[in-house]
Design a protein around this ligand. Structure first.
Ligand SMILES: [Zn+2]
Length: 379
């Protein structure tokens, strides 16, 4: 079958033996140490000498640290994960220099996710995966099969705050081609519902999320009451982490299903560029936005649209999509957040979110027709 070859990650739970768990803990500690020390060196060089340290520089430093008797333990784990840690730091700086993120932060034990990445020369596979410097293969729960004949190019093992281990396996996969779709859709990130489509369909929050949130709030209150440093506090913190993780897992599954459906059904999908950083200042919206996992959803739409030959149009967030009548184009003077339904002077009765989604679609189609770089006029 025809299709496109893409790199795709498959994630599974695994259960390490006591020996593997101990060795992984040491490897995670080493990757964190290398990341933090290289970050400190980069910051120092810049602050004191206005000198930029490159990835190659930090790689040389790492060789030195391994020879230093004080940090000779860095020579113990496989070298792949340590190099990858330096590469991740390089990526963090690249994003910082491009103005896409803040200055890189130190990784803290127990607070940052623990992980280590191995390239194909650092693990073996033959139906099983065995990491470098480990004698036994990992006990992986293969919840879904890897694509047939897929050759993993890298694996990342991680341990989350809940104490669960995962392995993410990167392989090349063939994405089957889809027939062109004749539908188009606009999407409004909502407040009362998760998303509203220009077709009038409202996408509710995932099932269980409300009950999970109530449980989370309760667990957080319990945690706040526990004495610092006590065993009970540690237990309470684990409980909070578990609920948090469950909410995130369920939401991700939900968004995956939704994004796949939208991309399959529609040739063009128009969304708004919600600049989360600016909108979080508005507290009434902040929860709705973080809940909706907008940026995660947007990136799912982006790569799936790319896989399947669909067009995702991201429109200017200053376009007054809520205030413009999608029937006649008239712009209402004000539209407070509590107004859910309104009637335009032309007589059209609008559901606030459906109207916004229709406007987003209209602008998106203009952009799609005019090509990139052309913006519709602002009214
Ligand atoms: Zn109107």
């Amino acid at each position: 079958m025809a299709g496109r070859v893409v790199r795709r990650a498959f994630k599974y739970r695994f259960y390490p033996t006591a020996v593997q768990a101990e060795q992984l803990a040491r490897t995670f500690g080493c990757t964190r140490y290398v990341y933090n020390r290289a970050l400190a060196e980069r910051s120092r060089a810049w602050l004191q000498e206005q000198r930029r340290v490159t990835y190659a520089d930090t790689s040389k430093m790492l060789t030195g640290w391994k020879r230093d008797p004080e940090t000779a333990w860095l020579a113990e784990p496989s070298k792949g994960p340590l190099q990858e840690s330096l590469r991740q730091l390089q990526g963090a700086f690249d994003r910082f220099w491009r103005g896409q993120s803040r200055y890189p932060k130190f990784k803290k034990k127990g607070q940052s996710k623990e992980s280590a990445t191995y390239f194909s020369n650092c693990f073996t596979r033959g139906g099983q995966i065995r990491l470098a410097k480990q004698s036994e293969p990992l006990d992986i729960r293969w919840s879904r099969p890897l694509p047939e004949g897929a050759v993993p190019s890298q694996v990342t093992v991680s341990r989350n705050a809940r104490g669960q281990y995962h392995i993410s396996i990167l392989v090349e996969d063939v994405i089957p081609e889809l027939e062109p779709a004749d539908r188009v859709v606009g999407l409004d990130a909502g407040i009362t519902s998760l998303y509203t489509l220009s077709t009038g369909e409202k996408i509710a929050n995932p099932r269980h999320e409300r009950t999970d949130r109530e449980r989370l709030a309760k667990a957080q209150r319990a945690l706040a009451k526990k004495q610092k440093g006590s065993r009970n506090r540690a237990k309470a913190r684990l409980k909070v982490a578990k609920i948090h993780g469950r909410i995130a897992d369920r939401r991700r599954d939900y968004l995956h299903t939704l994004s796949t459906r939208l991309v399959r059904e529609n040739q063009v999908i128009a969304i708004e560029d919600l600049s989360v950083r600016n909108m979080v200042k508005n507290r009434s919206l902040s929860r709705a936005i973080s809940d909706a996992g907008w940026s995660e959803f947007r990136s799912m739409l982006e790569y799936k649209a790319d896989w399947y030959g669909r067009r995702l149009v991201v429109i200017d967030r200053f376009h007054p999509s809520s205030k413009t009548c999608s029937a006649c184009g008239e712009v209402a003077s004000a539209m407070p957040l509590n107004v859910r339904e309104w009637t335009c002077r032309c007589g059209a009765v609008h559901d606030r979110d459906v109207n916004a989604a229709r406007n987003i679609l209209a602008v998106g189609l203009t952009v799609a027709a005019c090509g990139d770089g052309v913006r519709p006029p602002r009214t």
